[in-house]
Ligand binder design. Structure first.
Ligand SMILES: [Zn+2]
Length: 113
């Protein structure tokens, strides 16, 4: 099977599928279609990517706007303090990311880790 779609598109399809949007060409009984919330669907993808490596781990979900994005191509990870940790390209310049960078700088200035 040759699949030319990129990881972001495939992950997006799984993300939609887990929320009940079955792609064309699949026959799945209505009672078997997953109907997760966006947060639950993302938790499944995150779990697969981080613990079992069955899906790629470089697709992330922005903690501000909720969009999926490819970390190899865009976005920022600010992996400290409180959530959000992942920022898509657009949100990485937004007020949430700026506030987080500022809190890190203030922490450094106080001599904490
Ligand atoms: Zn975003």
């Amino acid at each position: 099977m040759s699949d030319t779609r990129d990881d972001l598109a495939i992950t997006e399809e799984l993300y939609q599928f887990l929320q009940g949007n079955v792609p064309e060409g699949y026959k799945i009984a209505e009672s078997a279609v997953p109907k997760l919330t966006a947060d639950q669907a993302w938790t499944v993808i995150w779990f697969l990517g981080n613990l079992y490596w069955q899906v790629t781990d470089h697709i992330e979900r922005c903690g501000v706007c909720g969009e999926l994005y490819d970390t190899w191509a865009e976005g920022t990870c600010l992996d400290y303090g409180d959530a959000p940790y992942n920022f898509c390209e657009e949100c990485s310049e937004g007020p949430e990311a700026e506030a987080k960078r500022a809190s890190k700088a203030a922490e450094k200035a106080r001599g904490e880790r």
